[in-house]
Write a protein that binds this ligand. Structure first.
Ligand SMILES: C[S@@+](CC[C@H](N)C(=O)[O-])C[C@H]1O[C@@H](n2cnc3c(N)ncnc32)[C@H](O)[C@@H]1O
Length: 393
């Protein structure tokens, strides 16, 4: 997610401005406005060893949006080719303008990110070096008066990121049964009053069709007991989040897309994920956990072929934004960053065997760290200071 204040005009930047690296929170050019890509510097830092290792590298921005992160990546890595995906055609148009100067290094694709393998096959990239997922809606979508994502503005209840296909939020609220509505609100919005809100929606639509975001926000507010309205932000926030996730099938797409993206990373390639709610972060944590753990028996001194971890975590649990980041960009407040790197299981296996031999030898020398039982697990990658369990949210 990033902050955009976009007035619709396209401006040209001078060559000098183009070539200057523009840090967080500064006018980034092509589109007149201020865009603050979330955790930009941290993302660049994490991706740099993978993208800047010499020769042509390929970076996938699975959620291109207004291309704030993508622009910074292309600027920092002149040899890198970008494959940018977005399901929102409007976002792609803005990105196209922003990235126009990187001629020959940019592929922009109208696709849902779970279509990544087909996109890469079509473009002829069997493997890639970097992948970024900056999940959720963009500020352009949130702020657009006609998209229906925001509870604070009145708009038709659409909420589709891809307005060329799919079911709208209006169809969901006017056709789902009570149990279906309550499940969506409870599971995707973690809404305690899901049942009451679903009942209010059903009552209202028996009277008249619900078509506007303002009317829905009002119904939600009136369904929540007054004391509960005073805590946890705007009372309609969780309902709108839940409907958006349902309309765009966000979690199903993410559940497929993360393993597919991990599969396509070359050894040394890196994945960075920015999540904005616990459901996204949980899926990310799980997808990474599946790759960083050995699947072999715990008591064997060496890894069985094929059971080695294939990734190592680069983040200790979920990284949170600093105070300065949140002050500059309030929408970054809920971000959780997780990142991982593909490792060579063979190289790691050799290292593990050497470390195991050293450990056994040390056990026969009294007074050593190993003899006192403080030697690390021989399966831990050398120099890996990451928390393989993650810390959850
Ligand atoms: C938070 S914005 C990305 C902002 C971007 N990093 C930037 O710097 O401008 C998320 C974008 O991902 C897109 N998106 C969300 N879910 C998607 C999916 N399943 N497939 C493709 N694009 C998706 C949205 O349309 C939105 O434009």
């Amino acid at each position: 997610m990033g902050i955009w204040r976009y007035d619709g005009s396209v401006v040209r930047r001078t060559e000098r401005e183009h070539n200057r690296f523009t840090p967080v929170g500064v006018d980034m050019g092509e589109l007149r406005g201020t865009h603050v890509p979330v955790l930009l510097e941290r993302c660049l830092e994490l991706l740099a060893p993978a993208l800047g290792r010499g020769g042509r590298t390929v970076h996938v921005d699975a959620t291109l949006g207004l291309a704030g992160h993508a622009e910074a990546v292309l600027q920092a890595h002149p040899e890198t080719v970008l494959v940018g995906l977005d399901r929102d055609t409007e976002a792609l148009e803005h990105a196209r303008i922003r990235l126009a100067r990187f001629t020959g290094r940019v592929h922009l694709e109208h696709a849902v990110y779970d279509e990544l393998p087909e996109v890469l096959d079509r473009l002829g990239y069997p493997s890639v070096d970097g992948v970024l997922f900056d999940l959720g809606v963009s500020s352009l979508q949130l702020d657009a008066p006609d998209r229906g994502f925001a509870y604070a503005q009145d708009a038709p209840l659409d909420m589709r990121m891809d307005q060329t296909r799919g079911v709208t939020a209006e169809e969901v609220v006017n056709t789902y049964t009570h149990p279906e509505l309550a499940r969506v609100l409870r599971v995707y919005g973690e809404e305690k009053f899901a049942g009451r809100i679903a009942s209010a929606i059903i009552r209202e639509r028996e009277r008249t069709r619900i078509t506007s975001s303002a009317r829905l926000a009002e119904l939600v507010r009136d369904s929540i007991p007054a004391p509960a309205r005073r805590t946890g932000g705007h009372p309609a926030k969780r309902t709108f989040q839940a409907l958006r996730i349902e309309v765009n099938r966000e979690l199903a797409a993410l559940e497929t897309a993360l393993p597919a993206a991990l599969d396509r990373l070359a050894v040394g390639g890196r994945l960075v994920v920015l999540s904005y709610h616990s459901l996204e972060d949980r899926l990310t944590k799980q997808a990474l956990a599946d790759r960083v753990r050995s699947t072999g028996p715990i008591d064997l001194p060496v890894e069985l072929p094929g059971s080695e971890p294939t990734f190592r975590l680069l983040s200790r649990g979920a990284e949170l934004p600093g105070e300065a980041e949140v002050a500059a960009n309030p929408r970054a407040a809920s971000v959780r960053l997780r990142a991982a790197e593909r490792i060579d299981p063979q190289a790691r296996g050799r290292t593990d065997r050497e470390r195991y031999r050293r450990r056994v030898k040390a056990m026969h020398q009294p007074g050593t760290a190993s003899a006192t039982g403080s030697d690390p697990d021989p399966r831990q990658a050398p120099g890996d200071t990451t928390d393989e369990e993650g810390e959850g949210t």
